[in-house]
Design a protein around this ligand. Structure first.
Ligand SMILES: NC(=O)N[C@@H](CC(=O)O)C(=O)O
Ligand SMILES: [Zn+2]
Ligand SMILES: [Zn+2]
Length: 439
């Protein structure tokens, strides 16, 4: 009887550094070499011309379950993740109800384990109900079955410095990390939706100044330093933020940072269309910010690339720009955007992509079975990428339940061809694999 987690991948270019076959037994890489063979009943993937990378780990995904299952479920988000080459995703806490208790975290964790296409891990809220007033049960979430070690009020900023300090101190006891959505709510209130600069004036849209992000990052770096704790900065968007993080690292502060594919490629000029698909938090910035983010990713100041996949329904997006919801899809297109804007121009190697999309996000979130090298003895979590393929993105061709795709109609270079989770293909030949929900 054939085991569906046995696999032979032939002729893959591992990290873009040399061709080899990859033999998988019982979900684990058993051998890497040339001319490997396997019994006839073992599934084969011909990876001629494809680059093999460790399966991607998204440190920042919004699934909308529980609460808005019309826009994304754990299962649909998991399928979209498989299309994008992901084998693990961190599910943000801003669901309804919020993931702010051990019970809620275990619910996501258990449901995530049954989603067969990707490993889903809950992020815990920092404050109860994301209200920014009282710490959530951080310790209980960590000691629960879900073993939460990453905490975030993402969507909202933990703006009270005393609360932020306590959160950092609290999680340092168990090596946890606080992931901050850096937005000072006085400098950039919820109405702010356009990068402050010539365009906010020209378009007459409420301005979101760079200082609203940078002042929180500067403050949090000082708090993390004093607490000797770990700070992660979500979706960094300005050149000044990159400078601050570079400085924090040079001081030995344990600060990590994330950039999204959209902030690495798209700019504020797109808001001229008033198309709400471009409305996102933090907002699309100027080209000099994009350049600084790219340089930050290339030199490792920005540790990880996170999608901030944020599905929204038509009814929430189809409004005037100022009242539409914030956020854009990202899981299915992330690799293609990174390949087009960073790998093809020579700013990043495939090894660098493996670091920022798999190895470092897994470390950040404390995931043991992910972000491991493609090597014998390691779990067979692998993304196979065709670096030469060009794709024209079509928002209707998606596993997501939402359509707020800012890449619609754009041509990108490089795409995921297959995703393997513990030896089982979750995505192959342009299709998500039929896998039964686990019991
Ligand atoms: N990025 C967004 O614009 N939206 C996110 C929240 C967030 O990441 O801040 C969402 O949950 O929709
Ligand atoms: Zn956010
Ligand atoms: Zn987010």
């Amino acid at each position: 009887m054939s085991n569906d987690s046995n696999l032979l991948i032939t002729g893959a270019d591992i990290l873009g550094e040399g061709r080899a076959d990859i033999l998988v037994r019982d979900g684990v890489v058993s051998e890497i070499g040339t001319g490997l063979s396997a019994p006839d009943d073992v599934r084969r993937i011909d990876a001629d011309g494809l680059v093999a990378l460790p399966g991607f780990v998204d440190p920042h995904t919004h699934l909308r379950e529980p609460g808005r299952e019309d826009t994304e479920t754990i299962a649909s988000g998991a399928r979209a993740a498989a299309v994008g080459g992901y084998t693990a995703v961190m599910a943000m806490a801003n669901t309804t109800p919020v993931t702010d208790t051990a019970t809620a975290a275990e619910w996501i964790h258990d449901k995530g384990r049954r989603a067969p296409h990707v490993d889903v891990f809950p992020v815990g809220a920092v404050t109860k109900g994301l209200a920014g007033e009282e710490l959530a049960e951080l310790g209980l979430m960590h000691r629960s079955r879900a073993r939460v070690s990453m905490f975030s009020d993402d969507g909202k900023c933990v703006h009270d410095p005393v609360l932020m300090r306590r959160a950092l101190e609290y999680v340092s006891a168990f090596g946890g990390v606080v992931a901050q959505h850096a937005q000072d709510p006085r400098l950039a209130p919820h109405t702010a939706c356009c990068h402050e600069g010539p365009y906010s004036g020209l378009l007459g849209l409420p301005a979101w100044p760079a200082a609203a992000e940078e002042s929180i990052i500067a403050r949090d770096i000082m708090l993390a330093k004093a607490a000797r704790s770990r700070l992660h900065v979500c979706h960094v968007s300005t050149a000044g933020s990159v400078e601050l993080i570079r400085w924090g690292k040079s001081q030995g502060v344990e600060v990590t940072a994330e950039a999204t594919p959209h902030h690495l490629a798209l700019t504020v000029e797109l808001l001229e269309s008033y198309d709400s698909v471009y409305k996102v938090n933090p907002p699309l910035r100027a080209m000099e910010d994009v350049e600084a983010l790219r340089a930050g990713v290339a030199d490792g100041t920005i540790d990880v690339i996170g999608t901030d996949h944020a599905p929204h329904g038509l009814h929430d997006k189809q409004h005037d720009f100022e009242i539409a919801t914030f956020g854009m899809l990202g899981l299915e297109t992330a690799l293609s955007v990174v390949s087009t804007h960073l790998v093809a121009p020579g700013r990043m190697t495939w090894r660098d992509v493996a670091e920022s999309m798999s190895v470092r996000p897994a470390k950040l979130a404390g995931l043991a079975g992910h972000g491991r090298p493609v090597a014998a003895g390691e779990p067979a979590n692998i993304a196979l990428v065709d670096p030469a393929a060009t794709v024209v993105i079509d928002r209707e061709q998606t596993e997501s339940l939402s359509r707020n795709n800012p890449w619609h109609g754009r041509e990108l270079t490089g795409r995921v061809v297959a995703t393997v989770l513990r030896g089982r293909p979750t995505y192959l030949e342009g299709r998500v694999t039929d896998l039964a929900e686990e019991a």
